[in-house]
Design a binder for this molecule. Structure first.
Ligand SMILES: Nc1ncnc2c1ncn2[C@@H]1O[C@H](COP(=O)(O)OP(=O)(O)O)[C@@H](O)[C@H]1O
Ligand SMILES: [Mg+2]
Length: 229
């Protein structure tokens, strides 16, 4: 069998807070294979975002190991981690996190600048992914000229632009109405069907139903991990 794309053993994460230490993740073991579609659920404060930030190389664990696509990222320094993140991870946030005064095209092309591609190949690829997410006619629009659903589509296109190994989405429909949420989830379904590994956080059962595996966190530990249906 091929090795998992994510292999986590005994991950903990704690934060100093004044004279105390807040223990957020208390020993997480997790393997995720290429091509899986996973929903991460759990009550508010259970550690979902903390775990996603570690999975997405935005943060490192206090202890434990994280092998991402064969590389041990748990002890990497910030600059090394930033490079891995740009290459391996596409991250979608609840609040879209787009550059406000920048067109959809340039928002999507941005991660390719860091990856060292020239302008011509950046524009070509950004056009392709924006077309894929249904925004061929909105390339020159700035975020404030787009609806919430369209902004999230731009963010999804940006996440895809560098051909990452994994797409991570932390409550990607959290700021969207229910109709737009369904449209965005259909887009994630399509991205998964194209062969991508997708992990998303949600607290809505309807949203989680799109995934094929549901992991539930409780109080910084995995409470359950089951195939969907
Ligand atoms: N930087 C931090 N410093 C102190 N506590 C934190 C920090 N980040 C998260 N926490 C705490 O960790 C717990 C889990 O947070 P989080 O991972 O955001 O939960 P979730 O995404 O499941 O709602 C919360 O109690 C939160 O207050
Ligand atoms: Mg969260």
């Amino acid at each position: 069998m091929s090795q998992p794309i994510i292999n986590i053993k005994g991950i903990t994460r704690d934060f100093p807070l004044g004279n105390e230490i807040v223990y957020v993740l208390k020993g997480i073991d997790l393997q995720i294979n290429k091509g899986e579609y996973v929903a991460l659920m759990g009550p508010s404060g259970s550690g979902k975002s903390t775990l996603m930030n570690i999975l997405g190389c935005l943060d490192t664990p206090t202890s434990g190991s994280y092998i991402l696509n064969g590389k041990d990222v748990s002890k990497m320094e910030d600059d090394e981690l930033a490079e891995i993140r740009n290459k391996e991870i596409g991250f979608v946030f609840q609040t879209f996190n787009l550059m406000p005064r920048t067109t959809a095209l340039d928002n999507v092309a941005l991660p390719m600048i860091y990856a060292g591609h020239n302008k011509e190949s950046r524009d070509k690829r950004a056009t392709t992914v924006l077309t894929q997410v249904g925004l061929a006619d909105r390339m020159d629009h700035k975020p404030n000229q787009l609806s919430g659903g369209q902004r999230q589509r731009v963010a999804v296109a940006r996440a895809l632009v560098n051909h990452p190994s994994i797409i991570l989405a932390d409550e990607p429909t959290g700021n969207l109405d229910s109709k737009t949420s369904v449209e965005i989830m259909n887009l994630f379904d399509e991205i998964h069907a194209n062969g991508n590994t997708v992990i998303l956080v949600t607290h809505e059962e309807d949203i989680a139903r799109h995934a094929h595996r549901i992991i539930r966190l409780k109080d910084g530990m995995i409470e359950s991990d089951n195939p969907n249906r």
